[in-house]
Design a protein. Structure first.
Length: 305
């Protein structure tokens, strides 16, 4: 269990900074001219595009190579992690930067990524169908999901927590949820945990966390539950209206979702994530996104299976 030490205002300031684009970026080290005209051109970090990459025996890599760019599944409504700017159409956040970095190290220009927004409940199917080549969006690695998809990583470990109105004094921890209306998302591990642990009978199940946050604002629900990393992003946007309470009560190791059985790509992405942790890139990404909260970065250990 981690003790929450977040100054929400600091994260809010950070989100504004990263939304401005180049603030705090390392020098452009050659993302290539191609990225300049794409929708994602103003993302805050640059990555060197690897050349002559081969991933022998990977069907997904072959598909991306034939197409000339990857289709990456993401979230669009999770500030600090995966968020689409309504004005510019640009995506930003920790997950987005992980996706851009992996893409560059697979030999594709991150500016050429086609982002496909897939909510939690649609992730396995999107990978099974080949609608996305890989998925980066607060996607917890677990055995049930491994029956349908594979994972590289983890590249981060979050934990389940609670978001309530800033003036709520009743709910301090998961033990205070009995009889309360609690919102979470279809196909997510947090909603499953609320059910399994019988935390409340009054569960409101929606498709996205931003829909849950709207319900919270309208007083339709008393709390929203999911990963702390996600909830802290919402609280940071409206520190006067929302707060995250209590210690985390699960481990949510985030993986890059991959088509099942593509062992060559899984190995390759694991190598890429490990290298990024070893060479300081992971830290740069963290510092430019989630790390703005002031929470100390904890680099996870890659689990090769
Ligand atoms: N990490 C959890 C999960 O994969 C919750 C966040 C999400 O729904 O994306 O289910």
């Amino acid at each position: 269990m981690r003790i929450r030490t977040l100054a929400a205002g600091v994260l809010a300031a950070g989100l504004v900074l990263s939304a401005c684009g180049k603030e705090g970026s390392p020098a452009d080290n050659g993302e290539g001219g191609g990225g300049g005209d794409g929708d994602n051109a103003a993302a805050s970090l640059s990555y060197e595009v690897a050349s002559d990459v081969t991933v022998e025996g990977s069907p997904a890599f072959q598909t991306m190579t034939d197409r000339g760019n990857p289709i990456v599944g993401v979230k669009e409504d999770q500030p600090g992690l995966g968020e689409k700017d309504a004005m510019t159409g640009e995506f930003s956040g920790f997950d987005i930067e992980i996706a851009r970095m992996v893409t560059a190290r697979l030999g594709f220009d991150p500016g050429d990524i086609e982002y496909k927004v897939v909510p939690s409940a649609g992730r396995e199917q999107a990978l099974v169908n080949g609608d996305v080549d890989y998925y980066v969006g607060t996607y917890t690695i677990n055995d049930k999901r491994k029956e349908q998809v594979d994972f590289a990583g983890p590249y981060y470990v979050a934990g389940q927590s609670l978001l309530v109105s800033a003036d709520n004094e009743d709910i301090q921890s998961k033990d205070d949820l009995q009889g309360k209306a609690v919102c979470s998302v279809s196909g997510s591990t947090p909603i499953q945990r609320v059910r399994e642990q019988g935390l409340t009978e009054n569960i409101v199940e929606l498709q996205t966390y931003s829909q849950c946050v709207t319900q919270l604002h309208q007083g339709e629900v008393d709390a929203v539950t999911t990963d702390d990393a996600i909830l802290l992003g919402y609280a940071a946007q409206e520190p006067d209206a929302l707060k995250v309470v209590g210690d985390t009560f699960s481990d949510e190791p985030y993986g890059v979702g991959l088509p099942k059985g593509d062992d060559a790509l899984r190995e390759k992405v694991n190598d890429i994530l490990q290298d990024a942790m070893d060479d300081g890139t992971w830290q740069e990404i963290y510092d430019a996104t989630l790390g703005k909260s002031g929470i100390e970065a904890e680099m996870p250990t890659i689990e090769r299976y």
